[in-house]
Design a protein around this ligand. Structure first.
Ligand code: NAD
Length: 558
């Protein structure tokens, strides 16, 4: 879906160029948002003092893409590919995004899970140049000064982490910056949010990762995490300052540990435009996958028994959205909740258990306690199991064979990231269910061939939801982000899956369609905002067309 850049996503204008201060010469080549590298025309080379600073042959953007891909594919390991892409982003943003948009299938596993996980683990060692804003515990009392240093005035989306639960890899402290950077790149690639409207933020509140504390190349403050009042004050100062400087900003909480994630979301969700992707974004992607899977099994939504392995942000978030979906279909909340069961690190979540965390209480049903996943599967006979535990290999052969015994088409979502943390591999899921599983994973898997038949595993990728959500929030100027937005986003995503997709076993649309899918999700989000009276912009006549017209397309300014 190609569109000229209009609206807030517009390109550089002639007036801007003529304004004093527009960089020339080497400064222009070093400005990633303006740089065209070898694609500067003969005229531009004269106009901006570039003659001699570039090789004489003028290239097109397409030729540059060809060169990037050749270099990218020459790299023998994924971390090197990541480093190469980050270098390109720092050098020439337009080229970076064009490469991404045109080759999402190939690039997504590098800038996002699983490779971004390794990149975060080694961030201090592969560090080349800074990206985003680092706000440390030592900046309490002067956070506005840091935001003032950000070079762009109109920021619409901030992705912020405190690095405490990076994917399923645990506390990576300030190294977590790779996640906001990667997610925001996806806002641009998947939903056409102009890169200048995005800001990655890491709150460096310390780390409890001893390995990082001992590492001289660690990029964060080598101190223990601050907690309690000091933490809350820093977060609050950041949030207030962010809204002050960027009044239209939407804030995405990313990879916080679950106690802070639930708490911060609850505290701020009605005051500001904020959401937590691990709780709410994951939920919408999983629910969409479930809707599609039911089109294959021909099961009805209200007759499902869903067993979660892991009762943290992702698990409870998905459970809550499933409940919202069932309530939307007319089921009372209590009955809707009875469709969702959870196993956590101690066993089945049941009423008789003591000291259950608050977020699990709604799902503590009247049932005997069972110590593990297998006994829970045998007893509850779920139609679907959803892994969100960060514990690899826990969907064992016994568990999957039991699922295959109870279901003609067992639904198996192993969502833990990165690949090293997945509850089972695609091959295991298909092999241990005689190819009958409807499988989705958090990180991508290659197709699997079993007994001459090839299966294409789905990726339950949050990138199907959050970019479209952000685009919608910007388009209608939503003041808050509501649960209903995620429910309708999930429905919109599920609706984008054709019968042909399903026949081939896909439960999500192909990535090649993601920009048009994001536009549809954005429209669904806007509709909710208009219905709920929380949009600050007037509803246009043709909502979808307006949204599409605002999407940034990576091409050079002229
Ligand atoms: P979390 O820390 O909030 O929750 C983890 C849960 O797993 C906790 O309830 C914990 O009790 C449970 N757990 C830990 N060890 C266990 C064990 N041995 N047996 C049973 N349960 C156990 O983390 P989260 O944010 O919910 O994320 C969990 C995983 O889901 C991570 O790997 C994350 O990368 C992944 N995730 C994937 C997606 C996606 O694919 N779209 C999105 C969000 C999170």
């Amino acid at each position: 879906m190609k569109k000229r850049n209009r609206g807030i996503n517009k390109m550089i204008t002639k007036t801007q160029i003529q304004k004093a201060g527009f960089p020339t010469g080497v400064a222009l080549l070093h400005d990633a948002s303006l740089n065209k590298g070898t694609a500067f025309t003969e005229k531009e080379r004269d106009m901006f003092g570039l003659r001699g600073l570039l090789p004489p042959r003028v290239c097109t953007l397409d030729t540059q893409v060809m060169r990037v891909l050749e270099n990218f594919r020459r790299k023998s390991d994924d971390l090197e590919k990541y480093i190469f892409l980050m270098g390109l982003q720092a050098r020439n943003e337009t080229l970076f995004y064009r490469v991404l948009v045109d080759n999402l299938d190939e690039m997504m596993p590098i800038i996002y899970t699983p490779t971004v996980g390794q990149a975060c683990q080694e961030y201090g060692h592969i560090f080349r140049s800074p990206r985003g804003l680092f706000i440390s515990a030592k900046d309490r009392g002067r956070v506005p000064d840091l935001l003032r240093n950000w070079p762009h005035e109109d920021v619409r989306i901030i992705v912020v982490t405190d690095g405490e639960r990076i994917l399923g890899l645990g506390d990576l402290g300030a190294n977590g910056m790779g996640i906001p950077v990667g997610k925001l790149a996806l806002y641009t690639a998947c939903a056409g949010v102009h890169p200048r409207l995005t800001l990655p933020v890491t709150l460096d509140v310390g780390t409890e990762n001893e390995q990082l504390l001992d590492d001289p190349l660690y990029i964060g403050i080598p101190e223990q995490r601050i907690r309690g009042k000091a933490y809350d004050e820093l977060f609050d100062e950041f949030l207030v300052a962010a809204q002050d400087f960027f009044p239209h900003v939407m804030i995405q909480l990313e990879d916080f540990a679950n106690a802070n994630a639930f708490r911060l979301l609850k505290k701020y969700r009605n005051q500001t435009c904020i959401f937590d992707d691990d709780i709410q974004g994951t939920a919408a992607v999983a629910l969409a996958g479930l809707y599609s899977a039911l089109r294959i099994t021909k099961g009805t939504f209200k007759d499902q028994r869903i067993l979660f392995f892991g009762a943290g942000q992702a698990g409870i978030g998905i459970g809550d959205l499933i409940v919202a979906g069932l309530v939307d279909e007319g089921l009372p909340v209590k009955d809707a909740r009875s469709r969702c069961w959870f196993v956590d690190s101690k066993g089945l979540v049941v009423k008789g258990r003591r000291n259950l965390a608050e977020h699990k209480l709604a799902y503590a049903h009247d049932h005997e306690f069972l110590p593990d996943l297998l006994s829970a599967v045998e007893s509850l006979r779920p139609t679907a199991i959803i892994g969100v535990s960060g514990q690899p290999g826990m969907f064992t052969e016994k568990v999957l064979r039991a699922m295959a015994r109870f279901n003609e088409r067992p639904i198996v979502f192993a969502l833990s990231n990165p690949t090293s943390k997945t509850e089972c591999t695609a091959e295991e899921a298909y092999a241990w269910t005689e190819g009958r599983a409807i499988f989705a994973s958090g990180s991508p898997f290659d197709p699997v061939t079993l007994n001459g038949k090839t299966y294409i595993p789905a990726q339950g990728n949050n990138a199907y939801i959050f970019p479209g959500l952000g685009l919608g929030v910007i388009a209608c100027g939503a003041k808050h982000i509501t649960d209903r937005m995620f429910l309708l986003a999930a429905k919109a995503l599920a609706h984008e899956i054709s019968e042909d997709d399903l026949k081939e076993g896909h439960i999500y649309p192909p990535l090649a369609k993601i920009r048009s899918v994001s536009a549809v999700i954005a429209a669904a989000v806007c509709e909710v905002a208009y219905d709920q009276g929380i949009a600050s912009k007037k509803r246009p006549q043709d909502l979808l067309e307006m949204i599409k017209s605002q999407m940034y397309w990576p091409e050079y300014w002229t």
